[in-house]
Design a protein around this ligand. Structure first.
Ligand code: BGC
Length: 823
């Protein structure tokens, strides 16, 4: 028996994260049965601060203990779990608090001159070696911090992108062993980032959240303040002369970091309070060497890294002094030439000007979405010098999928890349062009699949924190983009199903991870969005329906004879369906949390449903809107009582479209689940296996390594679709990966956090075999099937403490306890 995945607030050994009390979670491996009790003891400096005793009710998905937390304190804890069979295991871990509500001694400082990038320095003396050292700090827009010539921490682009007008996130770094007796030097390098740099499309805005760069820092040795930012800090010339998120960065290594004068003490204006971080760090993940070095017919030098990704390229520079090298990002080649038009106004260039020293070079305050890099340099280019680095918020993947069709396997990988590439600080629409914003609609559409593929709760906790902050000034409405871009641009909110992210994302997070405390934290935002809709629709009068407003609805669906991005399904039907679903979820959540208002929302949901049926359904109980999306919604949201007949209608709509889909952002994630759950799984597999437009494998056949924004982002002749809004890295249609796991392999949570799972493998001869391994909140589930001749073999695994309901075709449902089974 072994304890694994020990986490606090869904984070492994968190240091400096916002929390009022610890919430523990863990998994148990190599054991049978279930948990009899758990016990946790918490120590500060070796002294016991808390002992739970043997707690039978301790929930491995989220166990909150009542321990008042001190600032800047490390808490070591020991977790012991005993199983019903008498086995016992113990493991140690820790968490550490940041400054919490402690007053900062340090002052915010800022460079005196307005520049794109700056460096702030302090030289200070340490008289004796310290056993432990910590740095608490924040820099705006983005920063890197260097102590005695070495970068502190393994994260990039700190403090990240959040709703700066509501809170500023402080990071805590363990710098133990990095201080020396005598003189030490701390340098904070600053760039514009999302805070001050250009953001938003159509040119965007600069100075959105602030018009200066700022920093604040306190360095402690053995708990004693050693140095803190104030006016004695110096401003140096920055060799990084320009950087922003969209346009890239220029690093002129010839510029010496000469002294410019002293920094100014001044606080960021119109910003929220500085508090411990909620966000995950951005870290480097996969690294790619050059797959091909090409020269195009026009004479451009291109590096192909073989994978469309988010991150940057680093290289070893051996360039002579004064020689510059520029890398420009691209997603695709066009007629063998470099193509950049779909980045719109984003320049996405990294320029390095050499000082003649050999060194590793990388950007600091920007990132790119790219597969290709065009190299502009007067010196010869050696492919071995370049490495592409994938950056994203630090959440691990949790799932492995494989089947007998290589194109489908590639599609699964593309979907995974689509998610990984769009989870840098906020769930973005795309990582490359002049956008990269936290579009709520895209985020909610993929959230179900993301929770099945990556470990998402801490990432969503931060996104939802920002969302609730924005809701607080919008009467509960949810903006189309979170964090909201201030001023007039994208000031819009309340559009279906973008705003419904406020309910759908927290609910999916609850459903897949089962952390009640996280549900409790996110519940107020969920309820506020439903209340906001209710106030609005009641003010107009009539039955409980969404009756007005702008809605993106089935964005980019192909079923509308009118040209443009809007699908054919009536947006008010879709909006009312989501209103119903959200009210239902709030009722269910209130009930789980023990709130009396559960009944009120249950009644509201029932009234919305009755009104939807009255307006949009015929006497036969079927949705009168004859689109794939309308029918799929009726099934998946439970709008129809005639589920089977509605499934038959959906089947006919797909069959009548030459067995092809024509859905957009609403219909696509639910289309195959709606078919599979109404006896038309064969048709769902047919859709999966189509290779011509519009289909998932169409993009795979055209060489995609991610998911595209449009079904035909690339035309059959390999040319980019000339429509202005066209990215090759948008995750929504990657939601098919969720169906592969939950319907093709058949693993679905029956209880939150997969404490109980449904295992319903659906063999299909066309695929030969399929298997999913999911490291869920409850532990590892495996479910797979394989054809051998006419026989289908099934293999399933159920983790400790969980149960499963096995539904094999044509057989009685069986309850399975933890273990490995073959059928
Ligand atoms: C984004 C989308 C987004 C949409 C809403 C686009 O520019 O890339 O994914 O949801 O705008 O209009």
């Amino acid at each position: 028996m072994k304890l694994t995945n020990l986490r606090v607030w869904n984070l492994v050994e968190p240091v400096g994260y916002a929390m009022n009390a610890p919430v523990f979670s863990w998994t148990v491996e190599e054991a049978q049965g279930e948990q009899a009790f758990a016990r946790t003891t918490v120590r500060v400096n070796g002294e016991t601060a808390y002992d739970s005793g043997e707690e039978r009710a301790a929930d491995s998905l989220g166990w909150k203990i009542r321990l008042p937390l001190l600032p800047r304190t490390r808490y070591d804890y020991t977790l012991t779990v005993q199983s019903t069979s008498g086995e016992r295991a113990t493991a140690d871990s820790f968490f550490e608090t940041g400054k919490r509500d402690e007053t900062w001694t340090a002052k915010w400082i800022s460079p005196r001159q307005s520049r794109s990038c700056a460096q702030l320095r302090k030289r200070f003396t340490v008289s004796a070696c310290t056993e432990s050292a910590r740095l608490y700090m924040c820099g705006l827009g983005v920063y890197e911090v260097w102590l005695n010539g070495e970068k502190v921490g393994d994260e990039y682009l700190a403090p990240g992108y959040h709703a700066y007008d509501f809170h500023l996130a402080a990071q805590t770094y363990d710098v133990t062993g990095r201080l020396r007796e005598g003189e030490n030097e701390l340098i904070i390098a600053l760039g514009e980032g999302w805070f001050k740099g250009r953001l938003g499309f159509e040119g965007g805005y600069t100075d959105l959240y602030g018009d200066r760069l700022y920093a604040i820092a306190e360095l402690y040795g053995d708990g004693v303040l050693l140095t803190a930012t104030d006016e004695s800090w110096e401003e140096l010339h920055s060799p990084v002369t320009f950087a922003n998120i969209y346009d890239g960065e220029t690093w002129d290594a010839r510029i010496a970091p000469d002294l410019l004068g002293n920094a100014e003490e001044t606080e960021p204006e119109h910003c929220g309070v500085l508090q411990d971080r909620v966000s995950l760090p951005v870290r480097a993940f996969d690294r790619f060497s050059v797959k091909e070095l090409m020269e195009t017919p026009k004479g451009d030098t291109i590096l192909d890294f073989g994978q469309n990704m988010t991150g940057w390229v680093e290289f070893r520079s051996r360039l002579p002094e004064g020689t510059s090298l520029t890398l420009t990002a691209g997603e695709i080649l066009q007629d063998g030439e470099f193509y950049h038009d779909n980045y719109r106004t984003a320049k996405t260039e990294f320029t390095y000007i050499s000082d003649g020293q050999e060194r590793m070079v990388r950007p600091h305050f920007t990132f790119f979405g790219f597969r290709y890099m065009k190299v502009s340099c007067t010196c010869p280019v050696n492919a071995d010098d370049f490495t592409a680095v994938h950056l994203r918020s630090a959440m691990p993947g949790t799932t492995v999928f494989a089947c007998g069709n290589p194109l489908v396997n590639r599609l699964y990988e593309n979907a995974l890349w689509g998610m990984k590439d769009n989870l840098l600080e906020v769930p973005t629409d795309c990582p490359q062009r002049d956008e990269r914003l936290g579009w709520t609609g895209d985020a909610q559409a993929i959230s179900d699949t993301a929770c099945q593929s990556l470990y998402m709760p801490a990432f969503y906790r931060k996104y939802l924190w920002d969302m609730r902050a924005e809701q607080s000034i919008l009467g509960g409405s949810v903006p189309n983009v979170v964090p909201r871009i201030k001023r007039d641009m994208i000031g819009e909110h309340g559009s279906c199903p973008w705003a419904d992210a406020g309910v759908i994302i927290p609910f999916n997070t609850w459903r897949y991870y089962g952390n009640t405390e996280l549900l409790r934290e996110t519940y107020p935002g969920m309820k506020d969005w439903v209340d906001c809709q209710r106030r609005r629709e009641e003010a107009i009068g009539g039955p409980h329906l969404v009756k007005d407003g702008f809605h993106f609805a089935d964005w980019l669906a192909l079923d509308n004879p009118q040209p443009g991005p809007f699908g054919a399904t009536d947006p008010l039907y879709i909006a009312s369906a989501y209103y119903y679903r959200c009210a239902q979820i709030v009722a269910e959540s209130a009930n789980l949390l023990g709130f009396a208002e559960a009944g009120e929302y249950r009644d509201l949901a029932a009234e919305i449903l009755a009104a939807i049926r009255e307006k949009y359904f015929g006497a036969d109980g079927l949705c009168q809107i004859r689109t794939q999306t309308a029918a799929a919604l009726a099934i998946v949201f439970g709008l129809t009582k005639k589920v089977q007949e509605q499934g038959d209608v959906l089947y006919e709509l797909v069959a009548g479209n030459n067995s092809h889909l024509n859905t957009g952002f609403v219909g696509t994630p639910i289309l195959c689940p709606a078919l599979s759950s109404t006896g038309h799984h064969d048709m769902a597999v047919t859709l999966l296996l189509q290779e011509d437009f519009p289909s998932w494998l169409y993009s795979v056949r055209l060489g995609a390594t991610t998911i595209w924004e449009r079904w035909n982002s690339v035309l059959p002749d390999g040319h980019m679709n000339p429509e202005g809004m066209n990215s090759l890295n948008h995750y929504t249609y990657g939601s098919i990966a969720g169906w592969m796991l939950s319907w093709l392999c058949g693993v679905r949570p029956a209880l939150p956090g997969y404490r109980k799972a449904i295992l319903e493998p659906r063999p299909d001869r066309r695929l030969g075999h399929a298997e999913a391994k999911l490291d869920t909140a409850a532990g590892r589930f495996v479910c797979g099937w394989r054809f051998e001749g006419d026989t289908v073999h099934y293999h399933v695994e159920i983790p400790f403490g969980a149960v499963a309901e096995l539904r094999l075709p044509g057989q009685r449902v069986q309850e399975l306890s933890p273990g490995k089974y073959d059928f």
